[in-house]
Design a protein around this ligand. Structure first.
Ligand SMILES: [Zn+2]
Ligand SMILES: [Zn+2]
Ligand SMILES: [Zn+2]
Length: 331
């Protein structure tokens, strides 16, 4: 029997999803590394719909065929269905194990076999962003989940198993630790100063312009002050907004353009480019509406996490965010 559970380490408090079922995932990259040559059938290409679970949501393009397709992850890290089989337990040491409850979905971002968002038109990418919004809206009314993270892994160094352009949503009954830390800190700042810390950060980055990458009306992008990897870039709406699911249609197009622009510039700096794009948005409750500000964190994966990072949770970044921004701004 395979083991699937959410474990909490009794000493560090670290949370880990044990998900043995995911070991059976198909991988384009494993096949390539083994030199098997010919690509196996891509489950995300148009015409191969029978290789994925039934769609939960679709956007049709002008031709009437699907343009963006959302399906349950065939190899989920979390699931609502396993709840009854495992009882939560706590060891004498205080280690806990719970059923890995949650929702794990995949966004197939194009019917064509393309590998990155720069190969989509901005209208096509805007439709993907609208699909993110629709799925977040859908889960926001479900009492079983408190928060959802949307993320994209591009390239084998970023953890992708399939190359066809896609992203994932993971909705959980709890707020993951990194998000909880951001919520807490921004709430503390708000309680003290009565303003959103992210709004202040945007003002500061726009004033000093040392790390600014794009200033495009509704959205701003800059290299993160304490970026974990070279070129880590944050993209934020200029106007305060805690939740991505409140985004307007108009803004999805502007956001698609800025995302493509940044990924294009990163491709010019790092080849081949592997990256993670992570959407941080407030939990579905109204608690963080004034203090939190949704954003994308785009983390290129050009260096490997090594012993120091694994052993301490601290990162070593060999390129200053100021120099990285300078390189991204060179047209
Ligand atoms: Zn494909
Ligand atoms: Zn704000
Ligand atoms: Zn964040």
């Amino acid at each position: 029997m395979t083991i699937s559970e959410l474990r909490t380490d009794p000493i560090s408090g670290r949370q880990v999803l044990i998900a043995e079922d995911r070991a059976g995932r198909p991988s384009d990259f494993a096949a390539q590394e083994l030199g098997r040559g010919e690509q196996t059938e891509c489950p995300f290409c148009a015409g191969h719909e029978c290789l994925t679970p039934e769609a939960l949501f679709e956007f049709a393009g002008a031709s009437g065929e699907w343009q963006v397709r959302v399906v349950p992850n065939k190899y989920p890290a979390v699931s609502m269905e396993q709840q009854s089989s495992l009882q939560p337990r706590t060891s004498a040491l205080g280690a806990t194990a719970q059923p890995p409850e949650g929702v794990h979905e995949v966004f197939i971002e194009s019917p064509r076999h393309v590998q990155d968002i720069t190969e989509l038109s901005s209208v096509e990418l805007a439709l993907v962003l609208r699909a993110y919004r629709e799925r977040l809206r859908f889960w926001s009314t479900d009492e079983c989940v408190q928060h959802a993270t949307i993320f994209k892994n591009v390239g084998v160094a970023a953890g992708a198993s399939l190359e066809h352009v896609h992203s994932q949503l993971l909705a959980l009954p709890n707020i993951p630790p990194m998000l909880a830390a951001e919520m807490e800190s921004s709430q503390r700042y708000y309680a003290d100063k009565k303003v959103c810390v992210f709004c202040q950060l945007i003002e500061e980055e726009l004033t000093h312009r040392q790390r600014l990458v794009v200033d495009a009306g509704s959205f701003v992008a800059f290299c993160a002050y304490a970026g974990r990897q070279p070129f880590e870039t944050w993209i934020l709406p200029r106007k305060h907004s805690a939740r991505f699911d409140h985004l307007s249609d108009e803004d999805t197009v502007a956001l698609a353009e800025i995302l493509q622009q940044i990924v294009g510039r990163l491709q010019a700096q790092l080849s081949p480019l592997s990256y993670n794009l992570i959407l941080h948005t407030a939990p579905f409750s109204q608690r963080h509406v004034a203090s939190y500000h949704w954003h994308f964190e785009l983390v290129p994966r050009s260096t490997t996490l090594a012993g120091f990072e694994w052993g301490t949770g601290m990162f070593i970044n060999p390129l200053s965010p100021e120099r990285a921004a300078g390189r991204l701004c060179v047209e």
